[in-house]
Design a protein around this ligand. Structure first.
Ligand SMILES: *[C@@H]1O[C@H](CO)[C@@H](O)[C@H](O)[C@H]1NC(C)=O
Ligand SMILES: *[C@@H]1O[C@H](CO)[C@@H](O)[C@H](O)[C@H]1NC(C)=O
Ligand SMILES: *[C@@H]1O[C@H](CO)[C@@H](O)[C@H](O)[C@H]1NC(C)=O
Ligand SMILES: *[C@@H]1O[C@H](CO)[C@@H](O)[C@H](O)[C@H]1NC(C)=O
Length: 527
């Protein structure tokens, strides 16, 4: 109450006595809000398995499939050197929502359909902190941080949830989307198909609203609409609620199976491009609703959870120039699940009319880990102080043209069992050092053998975006760089050793799978 009263007096004062500041006050305090300071709204849109090169603005020589995102970048800020915190779904999402590496928050590989655990309950999510501070918090889309019992998003800080608790390939549907290899539809009567072709076929894909399964299986082909509707409704009703909000939209696009509506009716030829256009259209709808609701007071931050899934071939995204040639020459994949640039350099746009300058390309080095401290800083909210964080506050980069980002990024292993979470690759300035490579399948099935490197392989990204030729390890320059890398990594490892670190429960039990109707073989909802 005390703070609100002070806020009221301040606004009252500025409006009545300092008429010259009226314009300022109108911009900074929400109209009709009875003097309560209006804190900014946040929309985080996270695309799944998207490639850096999928965003039209990132590859001007390629026909763009993303006109809405391109326009947002023209009216906002595009980042060329922005990295997801990990190279697979669960660890990346956990790190974005906690601002902490997997070695701290405990999430170091993906959760399964029948996982009992999830993001450890004493880790604190962005939604929990903002909810506590008076924000309305809503999530639409893929959670993948555990769904059983207290791990469900409704218990992790979100007031509202609509979405799939994990990836869109983790369950059968009636009309399967495009995947490689293709998966079968759910069995209506007989026993569920075996797990052939790596298809999760035992449990149909569920759609939750809050804690309730409202469809199982859901219809993949209308998923874009299924997600757009609640997102737009949340934006349109925001003034009625009178609270600032966090809307976290975690898309199923561009993860296989791809199921863009125009491909079902046969009107589209290129499945990936159609899905990309559909995703872009969805982002455009959210932006339009946001502009109509509270343009000038809403930050939209679009990014990706990790790079394209190479082994899906024509159904995988485009890494642009970040080819990871050292690896692909040796027969392995160099994107999702790896720490090659294609695995974690993600297309990123920040849009906030009037606050973020327009048409800026930022080459500042940043990570998805920075979203947590930046948003909390913009909201004027403190994170719990009993633990350490891995992100930096990038407010000056977003709002004030600063080009000072991170000095370094630690890229965790997201692909090799036994090494999950290890800080195996270190970015330092323009250099990138690998202590380990490999462990991802390429299109066509080539396996990237996991390989340890001592001394590390070091690439110079400013002249070798494709990571094709490592520096000669016999030079004095190499020795100096590798020493700095070693020190940087030691500092982080020592910090983690002195921190509160959590461990996720990765045990599994069939009864933990979301099931609308346990009497049915694939849990299909009645009717
Ligand atoms: C989910 O919660 C919202 C309120 O936040 C409510 O309007 C809606 O009916 C709920 N849906 C279900 C299926 O319980
Ligand atoms: C954006 O910036 C680019 C390069 O700086 C310039 O060529 C282009 O005309 C600008 N576009 C708009 C819409 O201002
Ligand atoms: C890395 O590339 C930059 C740009 O080409 C160059 O100035 C620098 O000397 C290179 N560093 C090494 C160690 O080769
Ligand atoms: C969470 O609980 C575990 C087990 O008690 C502890 O080791 C860890 O430090 C806690 N994490 C945090 C962030 O407090």
């Amino acid at each position: 109450m005390g703070k609100m009263a002070v806020g009221f007096v301040l606004v009252f004062f500025s409006v009545t006595l300092l008429s010259g500041l009226m314009h300022y006050a109108a911009n900074h305090y929400r109209r009709g809000d009875k003097g309560k300071q209006s804190r900014p709204n946040f929309i985080i849109i996270l695309a799944d398995d998207i490639g850096w090169g999928d965003l039209g603005m990132n590859q001007p020589d390629v026909a763009s499939q993303t006109p809405h995102l391109d326009r947002m970048a023209q009216q906002g800020m595009r980042f060329t050197d922005f990295h997801s915190p990990a190279s697979t779904c669960s660890p990346s999402r956990a790190a974005i929502l906690t601002g902490r590496h997997g070695l701290r928050n405990g999430v170091i590989h993906n959760f399964a359909v029948d996982s009992i655990g999830g993001l450890p309950l004493n880790e604190t999510t962005l939604a929990e902190v903002l909810h506590e501070a008076g924000y309305y918090t809503a999530m639409v889309g893929k959670w993948h941080l555990g769904h059983h019992g207290p791990h469900h998003p409704i218990h992790r800080g979100f007031d509202y949830y609509l979405g799939i608790p994990y990836s869109n390939d983790m369950g059968c549907t009636d009309i399967p989307g495009y995947d490689l290899p293709a998966c079968s539809p759910c069995d209506r009567d007989g026993p569920a198909d075996s797990e052939k072709n790596d298809c999760y076929s035992k449990v149909a894909l569920p759609l939750f609203e809050n804690l309730t399964i409202i469809k199982q299986p859901l219809n993949l082909w209308t998923l874009a609409d299924t997600y757009t509707q609640p997102a737009v409704r949340i934006l349109r009703t925001s003034r009625q609620r009178g609270q600032p909000f966090l809307l976290y939209v975690a898309l199923s696009h561009m993860h296989v199976p791809l199921s863009p509506a125009p491909c079902l009716d046969g009107s589209a030829k290129d499945v990936y491009k159609s899905a990309l256009r559909e995703m872009d259209g969805l982002v455009g709808e959210i932006r339009r609703a946001s502009d109509e609701n509270d343009k000038g007071n809403t930050l939209i931050w679009f990014t990706g959870d990790n790079g394209p899934w190479n082994q899906k071939c024509q159904f995988a995204g485009d890494v642009g120039p970040f080819l990871g040639t050292w690896q692909t020459d040796r027969g392995g994949g160099s994107a999702k699940t790896t720490t090659w640039e294609g695995g974690h350099r993600v297309p990123t746009v920040a849009y906030w009319p009037g606050r973020i300058p327009a048409n800026i390309t930022s080459n500042t080095l940043l990570s998805g880990l920075d979203i947590f401290p930046t948003i909390l800083s913009l909201a004027g909210v403190q994170a719990p102080s009993d633990r350490h964080y891995d992100g930096i506050d990038a407010t000056d980069v977003l709002l004030r043209g600063s080009e000072t980002g991170r000095e370094s990024i630690m890229h965790p292993n997201s692909g090799a069992a036994g090494h999950f979470g290890d800080l195996q690759t270190v970015r330092l300035g323009q250099y990138k050092a690998f202590y380990m490579t490999g462990a991802a399948e390429a299109c066509g099935g080539g396996k990237g053998q996991a390989e340890v490197h001592s001394p590390p392989l070091i690439f110079n990204l400013s002249r070798d975006k494709a990571e094709s030729r490592p520096l000669d390890s016999s030079t004095a320059e190499y020795a100096a760089i590798s020493e700095r890398v070693r020190e940087e990594r030691q500092v982080v490892l020592r910090d983690i050793a002195a921190d509160r670190v959590s461990h996720a429960d990765y045990s599994r039990d069939p009864t933990a799978a979301p099931c609308c109707n346990p009497a049915h073989v694939t849990c299909r909802c009645q009717g």
